[in-house]
Design a binder for this molecule. Structure first.
Ligand SMILES: NC(=O)c1ccc[n+]([C@@H]2O[C@H](COP(=O)([O-])OP(=O)(O)OC[C@H]3O[C@@H](n4cnc5c(N)ncnc54)[C@H](O)[C@@H]3O)[C@@H](O)[C@H]2O)c1
Length: 331
């Protein structure tokens, strides 16, 4: 049977030899400006960063931490007013109040239709009836124990639980976002799928099925919603050292039986983040950069903004080439 990325990671992590330059392996601070260079390569005065979502209203599900938090922060930097829709009240409220009045939090379980509708209603009532961007980012990985990963011990309840959040949640988001966007004949829906929606062997069965479902839903919904001026795309990340991936590694280690660890993920330590990033770098085709939440947020920002105004039905894979090649001939 194929093992998941997390279980490979679990096997690899104890023997890691961290390079000193990785010891600070966290997201660099984002600058509100960017530097221009003159013809001799010398820096000239910083120019303000163009705001690519200026005046737009966005909802980010699962925006309280991890990749979703990075999306929220980048959207705000680019001038958006953002609603964080999450089940983690404490983290969501804290992030919203840290980022200022242009950000608010609404409790929303994406697998519950009334919650999704309420989040959309909240965004519209707060922001003059607008909704420009809906990011379906909330997701769960499901259990990582050996039994949970085998199709021979397939658990219908687990499958249902993961599909309800990842696939049903994305479909409900598309529905209510589209209903809100259609009257203005504009909008961008961006879902966060996964490389597990492209290739087998990168996640548990339920997760893999759910992420393939998001890619399919993206194509189908874009087909229908194009007539209303609404674009529908998705982004598929490779491994990012968020609480989700690190929690999976922890489960791989203690083979945690029936524990529902998805909903009880503790904040990873710096050391865990560094080790996980080293593991992911080891699997990567593109050597050099470390995949970070900010990289996924940049891809989502592109699809959310008018820069991608003619792109719809697309799956933007952010994996440094992992899913497009297998080097069998020593290239
Ligand atoms: N981290 C990775 O390596 C990776 C790789 C590929 C795809 N993804 C996808 O990226 C997305 C974000 O993942 P992450 O790594 O940041 O995970 P995470 O667990 O760190 O964060 C997920 C967020 O979603 C929220 N959430 C969970 N269930 C929810 C629900 N039912 N309703 C609303 N909010 C809910 C959580 O409270 C949390 O804030 C997920 O869809 C995940 O499948 C992650």
């Amino acid at each position: 049977m194929q093992a998941s990325l997390a279980s490979y990671a679990a096997a690899a992590m104890p023997t890691l030899d961290l390079r000193p330059e990785m010891a600070h392996a966290h997201q660099p601070a984002m600058s509100p400006s960017h530097h221009a260079w003159d013809g001799n390569g010398a820096a000239v005065a910083p120019t303000p960063m163009p705001k690519r979502l200026d005046g737009k209203v966005a909802i980010v599900t699962g925006g309280a931490r991890g990749i979703g938090e990075a999306i929220v922060r980048l959207f705000v930097k680019h001038g958006a007013r953002v609603v964080i829709a999450d089940i983690d009240d404490a983290a969501g409220e804290a992030l919203a109040s840290a980022l200022g009045p242009q950000v608010s939090f609404v409790r929303c379980d994406v697998s519950v239709e009334e919650d999704v509708k309420r989040a959309v209603d909240w965004a519209q009532s707060r922001h003059g009836g607008r909704l420009d961007v809906y990011c379906n980012n909330a997701g769960v990985l499901g259990r990582q124990t050996r039994a949970a990963k085998s199709i021979l011990s397939f658990d219908a309840g687990e499958f249902d639980r993961v599909l309800r959040v990842n696939a049903l949640g994305a479909a409900l988001g598309m529905k209510h976002a589209a209903l809100a966007m259609a009257p203005r004949r504009a909008g961008s829906i961006v879902s966060v799928a996964s490389v597990a929606g492209v290739l087998g062997g990168l996640g548990p069965h339920a997760y893999t099925a759910s992420k393939h479902a998001i890619v399919g839903l993206t194509k189908n919904a874009s087909c229908e919603l194009g007539a209303h001026g609404i674009r529908v795309n998705c982004v598929s990340p490779f491994g990012v050292a968020t609480p989700m991936l690190i929690n999976a590694w922890r489960q791989g280690h203690d083979d945690a039986g029936d524990a529902d660890l998805d909903l009880d993920i503790t904040v990873p330590s710096d050391e865990e983040v560094e080790k996980m990033e080293e593991v992911v770098r080891g699997f990567a085709t593109l050597k050099g950069p470390t995949l970070r939440p900010r990289d996924i947020a940049e891809a989502v920002l592109f699809l959310a903004s008018d820069e991608s105004r003619y792109i719809s039905g697309h799956n933007l894979v952010v994996d440094g080439g992992v899913t497009t090649s297998r080097n069998l001939i020593g290239l």
